[in-house]
Design a protein around this ligand. Structure first.
Ligand code: NIG
Ligand code: FE
Length: 414
């Protein structure tokens, strides 16, 4: 079955010439086509056709995108969308100057959300997550990573991953499940880290791998969470079981997470607000994506990750919301792009590459999506504007008009 997307003002291909990633100057090269149409066949991008040659497609079904622009479907590569409850009270404390880590030390923070998740049934969790996923689709997101990490025991981590699986079955977009059992130590294991590590490595991970409940294993390497050595133990088991690796690291303190991530051939290192200069060079030209999360710096009011330094030194940079109830209660990927431009010195073009091809690489989907290249899935975000800079210039405003997944329109603005 064939469909044509005709008359867009621009097709922002984010072309990689088959490399499926972008570094340094390549991030700013988007390869924008005018006077072209996109031919979709069986859910894939079959051709990019100059409008002069459209006459032979007279009988093909067409979607008219006059006054619109087409981008690759956007990829959200780091979210904690599967949470219950609210942390508005802690937000109020933060506004009076109480630090995020201080709240965590007093038994709040992640633990507040864990308590809420443990009290919520699988069915209710799914109902809570549904509108959040719909909101992402409304923004043009066609691939969405979601982490567990708010259960912190066998029963509740599995409940979260099952909820994520149900969500994947309900929606046409691709959901990438990540296991984050090593998010923080639950109070019952506060003084017995080894027993919780055993729980993760002997019980949770084998069950998750056997039932294919997660594609990646993530951890939080931080003074208030897991040491580099502890993360090493978790990752060794996860890799043995065939899971991909991601790591929350250098958010506040640099305690060796980047070295561990590199040792384990991690797919991504995420946060990096507190990365040391020497570690920036370790990420140069490496096959590891740096998922930068400017929403966290904005929400917690502290320093941004050194995006310029990372890009200029040849690291792979992606952007994501980190949508969660405590450190970035922000689910707007377009706002994140604007923050990256305004606060981290990224160019408009770089922010687009960072939420498409490089974020696709961060979830290991860069060979099938993330750019408009022949043979890839027909995943698109269509924006209601004539020029792509408007997406970043209209801070926090959703200009997405249509979301297309594997050739099928799954969202259409009125
Ligand atoms: O990516 N840093 C660790 N985890 C999340 C926040 C979790 C929370 O506060 O609920 C993050 O920032
Ligand atoms: Fe996170």
């Amino acid at each position: 079955m064939q469909t044509l997307l005709i008359n867009p003002e621009q097709i922002v291909t984010v072309n990689t010439n088959g490399k499926n990633e972008k570094r340094k100057d390549e991030l700013s090269k988007l390869d924008v086509l005018a006077d072209h149409s996109i031919l979709i066949e069986d859910g894939k991008i079959a051709d990019l056709i100059s409008n002069n040659s459209l006459s032979k497609y007279q009988t093909t079904e067409k979607i008219d995108l006059k006054n619109k622009i087409v981008l690759p479907g956007l990829i959200e590569c780091h979210t904690h969308t599967a949470f219950a409850g609210s942390r508005a009270d802690e937000f109020r404390q933060k506004l009076t100057g109480v630090h995020y880590e201080e709240i965590a030390k007093k038994g709040g923070g992640i633990w507040t959300t864990v308590k809420a998740v443990r009290e919520t049934s699988l069915h209710s969790l799914v109902e809570i997550i549904k509108p959040r996923v719909k909101e992402f689709i409304r923004q043009g997101i066609t691939t969405l990573e979601i982490k567990s990490g708010y259960g912190l025991d066998f029963e509740n981590e599995i409940k979260l991953l099952n909820a994520i699986r149900v969500i994947d079955e309900l929606y046409a977009i691709d959901i990438i499940p990540t296991f984050l059992g090593a998010h923080t130590y639950p109070p019952e294991f506060k003084n017995d880290h080894q027993s919780y590590l055993d729980e993760i490595t002997n019980k949770m991970l084998p069950y998750i791998a056997k039932n294919k409940l997660a594609e990646f294993c993530d951890a939080f390497c931080e003074k208030t969470a897991f040491s580099a050595q502890e993360v090493d133990l978790v990752f060794s088991k996860a890799k043995e079981l065939g899971l991909g690796i991601k790591l929350h690291t250098d958010q506040f303190n640099s305690i060796g997470g980047i070295g561990i991530a590199l040792d384990h051939n991690a797919t991504s290192v995420d946060h990096l607000e507190g990365i040391e200069e020497s570690d920036v060079y370790k990420l140069s030209d490496k096959d590891i994506v740096c998922d930068l999360l400017p929403g966290v710096s904005f929400f917690l009011n502290y320093q941004y990750a050194p995006a310029r330094k990372l890009i200029d030194n040849g690291a792979l940079v992606a952007l994501s919301t980190d949508y969660n109830p405590g450190s970035s209660h922000i689910n707007n990927i377009h706002l994140i792009m604007s923050l990256a431009a305004l606060k981290m010195g990224m160019t408009i073009e770089e922010t687009i590459s960072a939420v498409t091809i490089n974020s696709a690489k961060s979830v290991n989907r860069n060979k099938t999506t993330g750019s408009i290249e022949i043979g890839k899935d027909a995943d698109f975000a269509v924006f209601n504007t004539k020029e792509y800079p408007d997406i970043v210039y209209n801070v926090g405003r959703n200009l997405n008009y249509m979301t297309i997944k594997r050739g099928r329109v799954i969202y259409h603005a009125e």
